[in-house]
Design a protein around this ligand. Structure first.
Ligand code: HXC
Length: 514
């Protein structure tokens, strides 16, 4: 056979596989508002950059008549491509082929592209749309999952791992996304759960819809399993591209710098924070007042909103922000916000992204609920994550910094590189009201006019301690700065930290309280 004929044969073979699960299955997929697996990959990657591998992989199923079934690509598409010029490895499960179920070959295609990503040191993107372990392949499917989980763990902290849930992700299959750095979900399309509604009904007699149990909203707001929520697949793909633009390809590199840009005039830093410490404001506006083009790419926006985390750029370079949000629960630290902050700090630290912390909080959330949910254990994660992080760490105390909250939010004592405070910052063991009530309890209760004495004592305490100058006199704060100077101090702080080299103890790894 001539090369021309052989080439024609290749084209025909290829075309056959590219049909996926066939017209009917593809129609069903599209009718659900979903794109096909290949369309998804192509939508995420730079034009013409996708290169597919293992197109002709054959499945191993022999039982239950599986040997008579053609399963094109074995229900998963794998390859490499680029996002804004950055190389990535990618796989997408194809629900049109046996429900995207995971058999041995399917799993091997995934582990092969994972190995490739780890070897080439480039980000891995996995699109999940699958009925889970392929029932007909029994333990081989379970083996496949285990080998994926193992690689997710090996790759953690070496290459960024991104999971996109665009269909069912059921049973133990959820643990691959759970092991990765970022999980993207789409309204009405993503479904993630360990035991489905039918099992719950049978075992517990409780009725719940799939959406209520493990839909996109639930995982974005309640469980915290998802980091990015989108209304449509198209929006989700834009989010993925944005994320990739902020992070490096691997843990040996820095994120690519862009041309520096000034913040927009609309965000005037001095107008955002009210001087009354009880007045709320949106800390994201403070972030936007210091970032290039006032861009802020928020992570886990809908979960534990009392803390804000996300990426921005300062003078062209990627940074991670962690900021208390006075708009929600006065910005307290609690179980969920501690988990959220700690994980983000560790991602930034693993991938050479400097951390900027904006502080305005009354402390940890009090209450039996929090105590019993383990606020001690969860809160400890924040202390641990900040203390172990060796990337440049800069803190700006905007207003309140009380008690344990002051220490936890990247204080000098946890080895922050720079701590700046605005002139209205109140750095103290607790708020003036509480402090005066404790220290002057006797004087207040025995006074002729207790209310008057209380007000006096609160004022006294405020003047003496509720300011940044006591901390500044001890060197716990490096500079008390005018709000308008914040960006300038951040740029300079990052600039001089460029070659920061912080030694770490000789150990295999620490044991973070989990
Ligand atoms: C084999 C599967 C499959 C599976 C779906 N299919 N899931 N084949 N193994 N796990 C096949 C269906 O038989 C069907 O084939 C085609 O995919 C499309 O599925 P439908 O059911 O028609 O689609 P839909 O109505 O959209 O329902 C989707 C679904 C449902 C909700 C995901 O298919 C389902 O409940 N599947 C089983 C889910 C499950 O229990 N998985 C195992 C979880 S345990 P035909 O030929 O008819 O088109 C697990 C353990 C992992 O995953 C442990 C790791 C540690």
């Amino acid at each position: 056979m001539s090369l021309k004929r052989k080439t024609r044969e290749l084209v025909e073979r290829r075309e056959q596989v590219l049909q996926g699960g066939g017209e009917k299955a593809v129609k069903k997929q599209l009718a659900m508002g979903k794109k096909t697996a290949r369309e998804r990959i192509i939508s995420i990657l730079d034009e013409q950059s996708f290169h597919e591998y293992d197109l002709f992989a054959r499945h191993e199923g022999r039982d239950f008549d599986m040997d008579k079934k053609e399963l094109p690509g074995d229900g998963v598409i794998t390859g490499t491509g680029k996002i804004y010029g950055a190389p990535v490895c990618i796989f997408a499960q194809d629900f049109t082929v046996a429900g995207g179920s995971l058999g041995l070959t399917h799993a091997r295609k995934i582990t092969k592209i994972m190995d490739h990503a780890l070897k080439m040191k480039v980000p891995l993107i996995g699109i999940n749309d699958s009925g889970g372990a392929r029932v007909q392949e029994g333990v081989n499917s379970l083996a496949g999952y285990g080998e994926i989980f193992y690689r997710n763990t090996l790759a953690s902290g070496v290459i960024p791992q991104i999971s996109v849930i665009l269909g069912p992700c059921a049973g133990g299959a959820v643990y691959s996304p759970a092991l990765t750095d970022f999980v993207f979900v789409v309204d009405k399309i993503s479904k993630m759960f360990i035991t489905g509604p039918e099992v719950i009904k049978t075992v517990l007699g409780e009725e719940i819809s799939m959406e209520e149990l493990g839909g996109a909203r639930v995982h974005s707001e309640t469980t915290g399993n998802a980091h990015f929520y989108a209304e449509s697949e198209a929006e989700c793909f834009e989010q993925i591209k944005s994320l990739v633009s902020y992070i490096p390809w691997n843990n040996k590199l820095k994120a690519r710098a862009l041309r520096p840009r000034n913040p927009k005039n609309a965000f005037k830093i001095e107008d955002i924070v009210p001087s009354d410490p009880k007045q709320p404001y949106d800390v994201r506006d403070v972030i936007r007042s210091v970032t290039d083009s006032s861009d802020f790419f928020e992570v886990q926006e809908l979960f534990a909103a009392n803390i804000v985390i996300g990426f921005g750029r300062i003078n062209g370079n990627s940074v991670g922000f962690i900021a208390n949000q006075p708009l929600v629960l006065a910005g307290v630290l609690d179980v969920d916000s501690s988990d959220k902050a700690a994980r983000f700090i560790r991602f930034c630290d693993a991938f050479n992204i400097p951390i900027i912390t904006l502080v305005d909080l009354p402390g940890y959330l009090p209450g039996v609920d929090q105590e019993h949910q383990g606020v001690i254990r969860h809160g400890a994660k924040v202390l641990y994550a900040y203390s172990e992080a060796t990337v440049p760490k800069i803190t700006v105390i905007l207003r309140k910094a009380y008690g344990g909250g002051y220490i936890a939010m990247n204080s000098r004592h946890l080895n922050a590189d720079f701590v700046f405070a605005w002139p209205a910052a109140e750095i103290a063991v607790m708020g003036p009201e509480g402090a005066a009530n404790i220290i002057f309890r006797k004087e207040i209760s025995t006074a002729e006019d207790p209310e008057k004495v209380r007000r006096q004592k609160i004022k006294e305490y405020k003047q003496k301690f509720a300011n940044p100058y006591v901390a500044a006199s001890r060197g716990y704060v490096d500079a008390v700065i005018e709000p308008e100077e914040t960006r300038k101090f951040l740029i300079h702080g990052l600039d001089v930290s460029e070659y920061k080299d912080a030694p770490t103890p000789d150990r295999k790894h620490g044991s973070i309280p989990l």
